[in-house]
Design a protein around this ligand. Structure first.
Ligand SMILES: Cc1cc2nc3c(=O)[nH]c(=O)nc-3n(C[C@H](O)[C@H](O)[C@H](O)COP(=O)(O)OP(=O)(O)OC[C@H]3O[C@@H](n4cnc5c(N)ncnc54)[C@H](O)[C@@H]3O)c2cc1C
Length: 450
């Protein structure tokens, strides 16, 4: 049995792994100290590209174009970079056993990898319809999207089924981005989801009405309030139709399912404390077991701003939690203190010519502002979430980079709202007012509009 030992091991080779590697190098790493183990056969890349530019009919993104850390405007870490820094990329390798007590990982090919410090960065996996026993759900051309291999299979099907019919099951961000991508590829797209509107975990009815209208104008059919209960396939096993609970049957050459994910933590079950479906960490991403850290999608960490433990499945947190864990590891070695993680939740999505950003928390009352008419030439609108008289979250569609920075500051600052009607009228100007005053006086601020 082959055996290797490293000072630091990152288990998982996704977004968090790449950003952690960069942080190790920044803070001082000797050749041979760090290994990244990944089931995928490519070096860490910016996963969000898979549901966006990777699927463009023309000028599609391909590796090495979107290796980390280009997604946040940083240097692109090519496989050579890892080699130069003496970081071992152990790719195409699935870890099937983790024994945290003996600090030992075992791969599917029986390679043993030992570590002094482990960072768990295994991310999430998709929920499959076959997990619920949906009839026919293992037919060919029913796709899920998590890893680059999944995206390659989908691209091949898009080419094979030119101008065919596509059904998207699920109305979350994967469903919305995939619906747009398949439409751009000239497929006849129908989206199906059970909720009364798309992205219900974040969108209000007002926000969703815009996207549903916009998608309808692009020729995408949307069926709400029902679910896929079965699939028909031909003698080759290729899917031909999606059967809905309400009795309708939709012809389909391609089906994409985006019904959610779950964090990959089964390897560590019973060995480490869990909370809210993830691995419980402190504000330095340390788990309940010494020398074991957990970052990205798998970590349930203290979200200081809202005073609660949260798990966040978004790329910005994957990057920042990875950097925080490495800072904490290096600081502990040097006996220095560092600040606890103080995260402002940030999500974004892009489809067609649209692009939205959200900062903060989507709880409390909401105020929609701006032009959310999907037929407008340049729609631009947003929403404030107000809880206990303070703005706690802000959403903005089609904001400029400066405007997006403003809404981030507002969500962090949580200014009081005196008059919700006034806020609706002011819209984005409210954000500008607050920031201008904040820059004058960092201690206190007033809502004064110019
Ligand atoms: C298609 C898609 C689009 C997205 N778009 C957006 C977006 O627009 N905005 C946004 O904020 N977020 C988006 N996300 C979410 C974001 O990409 C994730 O939150 C982020 O990638 C999490 O980083 P991570 O490092 O924790 O996990 P991942 O990036 O998923 O990496 C986990 C890695 O661990 C490997 N692994 C897992 N188990 C094992 C094992 N046992 N052995 C070896 N390797 C293992 C996996 O193969 C993978 O390489 C998107 C996600 C997907 C799938």
């Amino acid at each position: 049995m082959a055996e290797k030992h490293f000072k630091y091991v990152i288990l998982g080779g996704g977004v968090a792994a790449g950003y952690a590697a960069r942080e190790f190098v920044k803070l001082g790493l000797n050749p041979g100290e760090l290994a990244i183990i990944s089931k995928e056969s490519v070096a860490p890349y910016e996963r969000p590209a898979l549901s966006k530019a990777y699927l463009f009919p023309q000028g599609a993104a391909r590796l090495p174009g979107f290796h980390v850390c280009v997604g946040s405007g940083g240097e692109r870490l090519l496989p050579e970079w890892y080699a130069e820094k003496g970081i071992e990329l152990i790719l195409g390798t699935e870890i099937v056993k983790a024994d945290l007590a003996s600090k030992t990982l075992t791969s599917a090919a029986d390679v043993i990898i030992k570590y002094d410090i482990l960072i768990i960065a295994t991310g999430s996996t998709v929920i499959r319809l076959s997990d619920f026993g949906v009839q026919g759900a293992d037919a060919n051309n029913i796709f899920y999207l998590r890893e680059i291999d999944d995206a390659d299979k989908l691209v091949a099907a898009i080419h094979a089924k030119k101008d065919g019919k596509a059904v998207i099951v699920g109305g979350g961000y994967i469903g919305l981005e995939l619906g747009a991508a398949l439409k751009l590829n000239n497929l006849d797209v129908t989206m199906v989801y059970p909720e009364p509107w798309c992205m219900p975990r974040l969108f209000t009815a007002g926000i969703a009405a815009f996207y549903e209208g916009y998608y309808a104008n692009k020729g995408i059919k949307i069926i709400k309030g029902t679910v896929a209960v079965g699939f028909d396939s031909d003698t080759n096993g290729d899917v031909t139709a999606v059967k809905l609970k309400d009795g309708r049957v939709l012809e389909a050459d391609i089906v994409v399912v985006g019904v959610g994910g779950r964090p990959l933590i089964t390897l560590f079950k019973g060995q480490v404390e869990e909370e809210k479906g993830g691995i419980k960490t402190d504000g330095f991403f340390k788990t309940s077991i010494p020398d074991i850290y957990a970052v990205g999608d798998v970590a349930t960490f203290p979200l200081k701003l809202f005073n609660e433990q949260r798990r966040v499945e978004h790329v910005d947190h994957a990057r920042k939690s990875a950097e925080q864990a490495v800072k904490a590891i290096k600081a502990a070695e040097e006996g220095k203190p560092i600040e606890e993680y103080d995260y402002l939740p940030y999500f974004y999505s892009r489809s067609f010519d649209l692009s939205w950003q959200f900062y903060g928390d989507n709880v409390g009352d909401t105020i929609l502002f701006g032009d959310n008419d999907p037929t407008s030439a340049k729609p631009k609108f947003g929403t404030y979430w107000i809880k206990e008289g303070k703005v706690v979250g802000v959403f903005l569609e089609s904001g400029s980079p400066e405007e997006n920075k403003l809404i981030a500051k507002v969500a962090k600052l949580q200014p009081p709202v005196q008059d919700p009607e006034q806020l609706e009228k002011e819209g984005l100007a409210f954000a500008a007012c607050v920031i201008i005053k904040l820059d004058d006086s960092k201690e206190s601020y007033f809502i004064v509009c110019l």
